[in-house]
Design a binder for this molecule. Structure first.
Ligand code: C2E
Ligand code: CA
Ligand code: CA
Ligand code: CA
Length: 281
């Protein structure tokens, strides 16, 4: 854009200003959103492909904005992260999710023990009191700590080389699981896998979506499965949309997956109806 000359650069600046001020609005609105109960959680099932039932739910944040309608996280989570607002928001949604999933676990006394996957940003993880916040949320909701998976993106692990090891150790000792989200998208050395004691790798949906077009996508998934197997990690394939993707993933040996083929993220109120479609539960 810089070399584009006079007019183009005026348009460019106008757009940037517009975008920046739109952003400022959102930023000040976001400061109030939590108190005004505008943030809400959607849940997407994570499926056990062998048993054919959901094994847990991932929480996905939404913002019911009074003027702009339902906002997706890509519109506001980056703002929440830069301003630090993600820390109080994240504490709230952790507790909310554990409480909700624990409720479903009680309702399904005969079913599998559903797990709760919660997205955690780097800002939360590096805060000194993060393990206390997790511990309190677990104690207050009564959920089994082994049912809790904290999802951290691979890029956070790369961007935060000084991740507090005590935090990770304390979470591990509590029995809480770590999932490496968007696995395969960062150009990482994988060395973190050795000391992190993660429980799960979530294969990014771009690999699933490339399956049909590019045979190498399948090869990458096979490599990840092989590595995960020797490190005793679970693998979840994300973003499964079609029967042919599912067939191919099963053929490769994937046993856990999530995607629109089963359900989009849905509000908590719709989860009991979803669960009731599985007679085995
Ligand atoms: P993510 O953690 O990788 O979440 C998966 C995203 O993929 C979700 O988008 C979900 O709706 C979408 N998805 C699920 N299945 C399919 C599918 O079959 N096809 C396609 N095309 N997409 C699928 P969403 O809800 O827009 O969230 C985007 C990202 O925002 C998340 O990516 C996560 O990084 C972040 N995010 C969401 N909630 C939170 C939160 O509570 N805290 C933090 N820190 N980040 C969050
Ligand atoms: Ca149970
Ligand atoms: Ca996630
Ligand atoms: Ca992901």
């Amino acid at each position: 854009a810089k070399s584009a000359g006079g007019n183009a650069s005026v348009v460019y600046h106008a757009r940037m200003t517009q975008r920046a001020s739109g952003r400022l609005d959102l930023e000040s609105d976001l400061r109030l959103a939590l108190d005004r109960d505008e943030l809400c959680l959607y849940y997407q099932p994570i499926m056990d492909l062998e048993a054919g039932v959901p094994l847990g739910f991932e929480e996905l944040l939404r913002w019911q904005h009074p003027a702009h309608g339902l906002l997706m996280p890509d519109r506001f989570v980056p703002i929440a992260e830069e301003t630090g607002l993600i820390v109080p928001i994240g504490s709230w949604l952790l507790k909310e999710t554990l409480n909700q999933v624990q409720q479903w676990r009680r309702d399904l006394a005969e079913g599998p023990d559903l797990t709760a996957a919660v997205n955690i940003s780097g800002r939360q993880l590096v805060a000194e009191d993060f393990p206390d916040i997790v511990e309190t949320a677990i104690r207050e909701t009564g959920i089994d700590p082994s049912a809790v998976n904290l999802e951290i993106t691979e890029t956070v692990l790369m961007d935060e080389p000084d991740l507090p090891k005590e935090t990770l150790q304390r979470l591990y000792r509590m029995g809480v699981g770590l999932s490496i989200d968007d696995f395969g998208t960062g150009y990482s050395s994988l060395s973190y896998l050795k000391w992190l004691s993660a429980r799960t790798l979530k294969i990014d949906r771009t690999f699933v979506q490339e399956l049909a077009a590019d045979p190498r996508a399948g090869t990458v998934i096979e490599l990840v499965l092989g590595m995960a197997n020797s490190l005793k990690l679970d693998v979840v394939a994300e973003g499964v949309e079609t029967e042919s993707q599912l067939r191919e993933l099963r053929r490769l040996g994937v046993t856990q997956a999530q995607g629109f083929i089963w359900s989009k993220p849905i509000p908590a109120e719709q989860v009991p109806a979803f669960l009731s479609t599985f007679p085995a539960l």
